[in-house]
Design a protein around this ligand. Structure first.
Ligand code: PLP
Length: 393
């Protein structure tokens, strides 16, 4: 078995050893319910308070504005539905064509319930034009929901301009900061958005825990009703994972800028080397205004899903710009929205570096990737379509 070479940190992150260490007591002797009045429960409640402060500090919010829940997807669903509940007569939602499925699937569902959805386009670099947002807002608009950073390309949307526009038009704004948090500085007090989605597992904490920021002046309608989280999200809290989330937020905040700088330099070396040494490689997304860790590349003529299987044999984990569903390969909606052809999207790979990614790992990736790409291209029938093998083959 080859040593793991993990370049898929936008999919999920390993649990940081310090995060694991603070989490363990809460899986062992400290098993109290934070709603219980005896000291075992009160200790759990106090630990949740501390974690809330840590997560709030990462995003420049007040701790009373952080609601813990099960994941980023729950946060996004809660935020959009909360905004819709403010004025049920308003039936127009604005989002973009490159959102995460959490937003897309909810909006598609809401469209079947009579809501009108505006899917804002992006340009070839994955960028959103704030003027297009401004022009799309009408008196019927109930909410604007947009990514802070794109999970596939890393492109950052112009959040300040977006927030200024929605504030001017008095339309609630939800931002999906699941990929942005911990990778770029976030100051929600300054920004003044109404709702922000966060998820722990992109931050070196466990899966299955998230948080929704709700501005103290915004209206919140719980998705799950119950008395926990100040009656804003019912269900006994996932204490150990929330404490892990808090520690992870603190670690992410420490040295955020220097970590981002180191990772960006590594990513740039990785990307530049492939662009200059392998033929038929193109970067997807603008070079500027993107997450420091993400590189999305098209290797013309290859089948990305097959590349993933060959990389896996060498221990290298990354993602494809396509998703296999019901036996067919669907090209990424993010890449096709950027004007990239379906074939090119199927030949695209996302590499996402992490806090622990080392120079030597990038060297190893730079040895594996050109070799696998050459092998795939050599296997391609002359003039034919790229060889595709399924996971079963
Ligand atoms: N939003 C973005 C941009 C994401 O990348 C993800 C996870 O991939 C989510 C939302 C969903 O987060 P979770 O997996 O916690 O539901």
């Amino acid at each position: 078995m080859s040593e793991l070479l993990y370049l898929d940190h936008n999919a999920t992150t390993p649990i940081d050893p310090e995060v694991r260490a603070v989490m363990l007591p809460w899986l062992e002797n400290e098993f109290g319910n934070p709603s219980s009045v005896y000291s075992l429960g009160r200790r759990a409640a106090a630990a949740l308070t501390a974690a809330r402060e840590q997560v709030a500090a990462l995003v420049g919010a007040q701790s009373s504005e952080i609601i813990f829940n099960s994941c980023g997807t729950e946060s996004t669903n809660t935020a959009i539905l909360s905004a819709l509940a403010i004025d049920p007569d308003k039936r127009h939602i604005i989002t973009s064509a490159v959102e995460h499925s959490a937003t897309i699937k909810l909006c598609e569902y809401l469209a079947t319930r009579g809501y009108e959805i505006t899917w804002l386009p992006v340009d070839g670099g994955g960028r959103l034009d704030p003027q297009k947002l401004e022009a799309a807002i009408t008196s019927e608009t109930a909410v604007v929901s947009l990514l802070w950073a794109n999970n596939e390309t890393g492109i950052l949307f112009p959040i300040k301009e977006i927030a200024a526009i929605t504030a001017g038009k008095k339309v609630p704004l939800h931002l999906d900061a699941v990929q942005a948090a911990g990778k770029v500085p976030i100051n929600l007090e300054e920004l003044g958005t109404q709702y922000v989605s966060l998820s722990a597992h992109k931050l070196y904490a466990p899966k299955g825990v998230g948080a929704l920021y709700v501005n103290r002046r915004a209206r919140h309608t719980p998705l799950l009703r119950g008395s926990q989280e100040d009656s804003k999200r019912g269900g006994t809290q996932n204490v150990a994972s929330i404490i892990a989330f808090g520690k992870a937020a603190e670690l992410a905040q420490n040295n955020l800028l220097s970590n981002a700088d180191r990772i960006a330099k590594l990513r740039d070396r990785f990307e530049q080397t492939l662009l200059s040494s392998v033929e038929g490689v193109r970067r997807n997304g603008a070079a500027e205004h993107r997450l420091p860790n993400t590189s999305n590349l098209t290797f013309s003529g290859i089948d990305a899903e097959t590349a993933l299987l060959l990389f896996d044999k060498e221990g290298l984990c990354c993602s494809a710009g396509s998703a296999c569903s019901s036996g067919s390969i669907n090209p990424s909606h993010v890449l096709t929205a950027m004007g990239i052809s379906r074939d090119e999207a199927r030949a695209s790979l996302r590499f996402s570096l992490g806090r622990t990614t080392a120079e030597a790992e990038i060297d190893r990736a730079l040895e594996i990737i050109p070799r696998v790409i050459a092998k795939l291209r050599a296997a391609k029938p002359a003039g034919g379509s790229p060889v595709h093998v399924t996971a079963a083959s």
